[in-house]
Design a protein around this ligand. Structure first.
Ligand code: N01
Length: 603
């Protein structure tokens, strides 16, 4: 009832306003530190060890001689990352299990992806009321979302509020980038080193690094010679960027480029969008969250959460039980029109087979192509914006506020870099095989080295010093997306092989954190010290991930980042588990209930 009621409210709103590898020692050698860093406020180090000093005694910090840090801080668990997942994992391990925990976070604040992605127009594609934590009823009731989709600053306020409310910040060390982590077999502990040369040791290492945090800046010759500013959307300057009076070039038309385009176009003298792959996009139909909607949500939160957890994608709505092919053309069009009016990612749920049957998918794809033709005045531009090489939602579908409309502006132009690839960047702009575009600024909305990038960047080494990068040469291999064979006591929240990016992230994150927390509780209760995925179990899981992907149309989009296709040289492997969150969570529960089947547990 709550959901139906909300759809009605959104529908009303939309109708009113159709708006738009170095080793740790190598690394430590470069560190400028002669004394152990002071304890940070609230720090709970359990033990200090003195490390051997390799440099001459009495060397001043600015006259560095090689030396290693002088102590290791020991914890039960180290969590890397203080976004949605790291914050909740800290709360769960520290406040439920009583473990000593340290979170190491590269940014200077909490927020993870939202800390870095401050580009113009950054807004969540999931609706605010369920893009949020469910673990605290009090938090649910006290927080007031202001819009249907939360903007980046509002999500940052929310996460900061959660971090303060649960006293999390005292156990987070900001400005700390992990550069190396190795499993010490004799001690049964992870040794973790940071960019600043600090060392940590912990029984459990939990990565909460997000799936989309390693930015993908294309290696275009000449970028260093560009006289203007350039920015990647995933590392946006905290002070903002002034587009006024500038000729801006934006490369990339994924969810980010599609959100940023209309906002940049409003301020820039001219915006040139460089498009390699045309994309489908559904209107977001954002709007203020009314007091009525807020009250309705709060009254029904338990049901909303249950629905999200029991769904395919972690969203609190049903996928239609009807086939797009069973409906007659008029009925189908009417249903698509209704879904278009409501807007957002749930358009995908209009029929049950949009992602499993090519002909069903084509009906949705063609409907959206028709909308692009309706909105964009210039037929040649409309055609260029029309996706023809993949079906709707086979890549992650963006949602937008006046994206296609923006191409009707006089100060916006579109360049086809599929037909005329980018060759080089010069002092004055960007050159394609067709000619030069003079620019004052370049914005790279070129995405991420998704899922594996942030994990591989940490130089993780398992048993026998084996590198994760080696283990994953042919693509990621995990058991349940939670563990990697050969890497005991390492847990990867929303790792490759889990539903993660195919879901509303907080729902997927909470399922993972709860499972990991229960697993560690089990180990403690049974006086066990180690857990490691069996290689055979991981092999079987990789096969299941593949099978689940191929039961859908998802692998058919050749340019999808789900397949690693956006990063040159990355293995083409479908990374997330496409079998659905509810099914996946059931498998995880069963594995645990069967004594952690597929894992080796030891003392
Ligand atoms: O990145 P993308 P994104 N030359 O990889 C193009 C989440 N997200 O940051 O498709 C020219 O989707 C590339 O072209 P192609 C969401 O899960 C969430 O937009 O590879 N172009 C593509 O057009 C999303 O899916 C939200 O041919 C190049 C674009 O750059 C994910 O993040 C908001 C190029 C990259 O698109 C990633 O989205 C935003 C090159 N060398 C994002 N290299 C919210 O929920 C790449 N491209 C708020």
């Amino acid at each position: 009832m709550a959901i139906t009621e909300l759809m009605r409210l959104w529908g009303q709103h939309a109708a009113k306003k159709a708006q738009p590898a170095r080793t740790a020692l190598d690394h430590a050698d470069a560190i400028d530190s002669t004394s152990p860093p002071a304890n940070r406020p609230g720090e709970t180090r359990r033990k200090r060890l003195t490390w051997r000093q390799r440099g001459p005694e009495g060397t001043m910090p600015d006259m560095q001689a090689p030396k290693t840090p002088e102590y290791t801080a020991e914890y039960d668990a180290i969590i890397v990352g203080a976004g949605f997942s790291g914050l909740y994992q800290l709360h769960a391990l520290r406040d439920r299990l009583g473990l000593s925990v340290r979170v190491l976070e590269a940014g200077d604040g909490v927020g993870g992806t939202w800390y870095w992605n401050r580009y113009p127009g950054a807004r969540c594609d999931s609706e605010s009321y369920y893009y949020s934590y469910s673990f605290s009823k009090e938090l649910e009731q006290e927080w007031e979302w202001s819009e249907r989709y939360p903007e980046q600053p509002e999500i940052m306020r929310y996460l900061n509020h959660a971090a303060e409310r649960f006293g999390l910040k005292r156990d987070i060390q900001f400005g700390t980038r992990v550069t190396h982590a190795a499993f010490d077999e004799a001690a049964g502990r992870w040794q973790v080193a940071t960019e600043a040369g600090e060392r940590f040791s912990a029984q459990f290492l939990i990565t909460a690094v997000g799936c989309l945090s390693s930015t993908n800046v294309p290696k275009i010759p000449g970028l260093e010679s560009f006289a203007g500013e350039w920015h990647h959307t995933g590392r946006w300057p905290h002070g903002g960027v002034d587009f006024r009076g500038k000729r801006v070039g934006l490369v990339g038309t994924g969810s980010t480029g599609i959100q940023a385009t209309p906002v940049i176009a409003r301020d820039a003298r001219h915006l040139t969008v460089f498009q390699r792959t045309a994309n489908y996009s559904i209107p977001a139909r954002n709007g203020p969250m009314s007091a009525e909607a807020r009250a309705e949500i709060k009254r029904n939160y338990a049901a909303i959460r249950e629905k999200s957890r029991g769904s395919t994608n972690g969203h609190p709505w049903d996928i239609s039980a009807a086939s797009a092919l069973d409906a007659g053309p008029e009925e189908r069009m009417a249903l698509y029109e209704d879904a278009w009016k409501v807007g957002g990612l749930r358009f995908r749920a209009a029929f049950k087979d949009l992602l499993s049957h090519p002909e069903a998918n084509e009906t949705a794809s063609e409907f959206i192509r028709g909308k692009i033709r309706e909105v964009v005045h210039d037929p040649a531009t409309a055609e260029l914006l029309t996706p023809r090489d993949h079906g709707f939602a086979t890549k992650r579908p963006p949602i937008d506020t006046e994206y296609f409309e923006t191409f009707n502006r006089d100060n916006v132009s579109l360049v086809d870099v599929r037909a005329h690839p980018i060759e080089a960047i010069s002092r004055d702009g960007l050159r394609t095989t067709e000619g030069e575009h003079k620019l004052d600024m370049i914005v790279f909305a070129t995405g991420f080295d998704a899922m594996t990038g942030p994990l591989l960047a940490m130089d993780i080494r398992g048993r026998g010093g084996a590198a994760l990068a080696e283990a994953w040469t042919a693509g990621p291999r995990t058991y349940l997306g939670l563990q990697v064979a050969g890497f005991p006591n390492l847990f990867t929240i929303t790792g490759p092989g889990s539903p993660s990016v195919l879901c509303n992230m907080p729902t997927a994150i909470e399922q993972h954190v709860d499972w990991i927390t229960d697993c560690i509780r089990h180990l403690r209760d049974h006086r066990l010290a180690r857990i490691e995925a069996r290689a055979e179990a991981a092999e079987r899981w990789v096969a299941q991930v593949n099978e689940a992907a191929h039961a859908t149309l998802l692998p058919t989009a050749a340019s999808s980042w789900y397949l690693g296709a956006n990063v040159p040289g990355k293995p083409r492997v479908f990374m997330p588990y496409a079998g659905g969150l509810a099914r996946y969570a059931g498998i995880c529960r069963e594995v645990a209930a069967n004594g952690y089947e597929g894992f080796v547990l030891g003392r």
